[in-house]
Design a protein around this ligand. Structure first.
Ligand code: ZN
Length: 323
């Protein structure tokens, strides 16, 4: 049972303290925005202003320039303008874009940035970051971000090199934006379930082949998220139609195995899904499908996970959310 008590927070009903439920948009949402903004504005001279007044100086730098291209890097959105200036936006917890066709409406609420092109307008409210960057600062931003599964230039081996050197739980490493950029709470929980991997498994115990499988799975799931605009992670055998069950009802939308399904039966084995805080985030897992290996002697001959006990989910190092 989930008791929603305030926007952004829920009670961790089965165990543990209150934990932010992480409504930060995951990478697929930012990539969708990059595509949409490219379609609406790329190649056009745009007018930029800050009705709220907090981005007035930045808007003045950009207004009247051509918006050359857009791209997403993890949870960061970049609008590249002629003259080597880049608008950097991180939506954070509360940021939101809206767009439409003329007539341009009077600004409603605290509009940090408004962009008006030939055929569309775009408003941004409540972002964590909205700033103009020069090329050196863009390079520095990229340098501190990890590998983004949605980018063709991603190098999963660079992410693996960080993972295999760390004793942090793989769950925390997946959420660390300096390791994997764009992976949020839903994808981290779900990809571990699909891998049959205990979320507490230390990075040092992740094999290369295992990582490559997980990376490809994450990449495929996130690409589907970009295409659909929602996160679905269940295999065809576990869809509502295949299982003759009612579709999931949750404000995040899609069909998932464990995320925000505490105490509900695992779609694979029927075990009630567990929930607990790990690395300061809400972890959901099936204790049977993602069992922690108990001892070397009981490990399967070709165990996919480390034979060392990884321990129960508990307070661990905090995952870095937005480097
Ligand atoms: Zn299960």
């Amino acid at each position: 049972m989930t008791a929603v008590t305030a926007p952004g927070f829920e009670m961790s009903g089965r165990s543990g303290p209150w934990v932010a439920w992480d409504p930060v948009p995951e990478g697929h949402t930012i990539h969708r925005l990059a595509v949409r903004h490219r379609e609406l504005f790329a190649g056009q001279v745009v007018e930029v202003e800050s009705p709220q007044g907090r981005f007035t100086a930045g808007a003045a730098l950009l207004s009247g320039r051509v918006l050359a291209d857009t791209e997403a890097y993890g949870k960061h959105l970049l609008h590249h303008f002629a003259g080597e200036l880049t608008l950097h936006v991180h939506l954070g917890l509360y940021g939101k874009f809206t767009d439409g066709e003329p007539p341009v409406p009077a600004p409603v609420g605290l509009v940090r940035m408004r962009m008006v092109g030939e055929r569309h307008w775009l408003d941004l409210r409540g972002p964590t970051a909205c700033e103009v960057l020069e090329p050196g600062a863009v390079a520095a931003l990229r340098a501190r971000l990890g590998q983004d599964p949605l980018r063709d230039d991603a190098e999963p081996l660079i992410a693996y090199a960080k993972i295999v050197r760390s004793r942090k739980p793989v769950f925390a490493l997946l959420l660390d934006q300096s390791v994997v950029a764009g992976c949020g709470l839903i994808y981290a929980n779900e990809v571990l379930f699909r891998a049959g991997l205990a979320p507490t498994t230390p990075g040092t115990a992740i094999g290369l082949a295992q990582w490559q499988e997980m990376w490809e799975d994450l990449r495929a799931l996130m690409k589907e998220g970009v295409a659909r605009g929602r996160i679905d992670t269940v295999h065809t055998a576990h869809t509502p139609e295949a299982m003759q069950r009612a579709p999931r009802v949750d404000r995040h939308g899609g069909e998932v195995y464990v995320y925000r399904r505490p105490a509900q039966p695992c779609l694979v084995c029927g075990t009630p899904i567990d929930r607990g805080p790990l690395a300061g985030r809400n972890l959901y897992w099936c204790s049977k499908c993602q069992a922690v290996p108990t001892a070397p002697r009981t490990a399967r001959p070709r165990a996919r996970t480390a034979p060392k006990p990884a321990g129960r989910p508990a307070a661990a190092g905090r995952a870095r959310n937005s480097p």
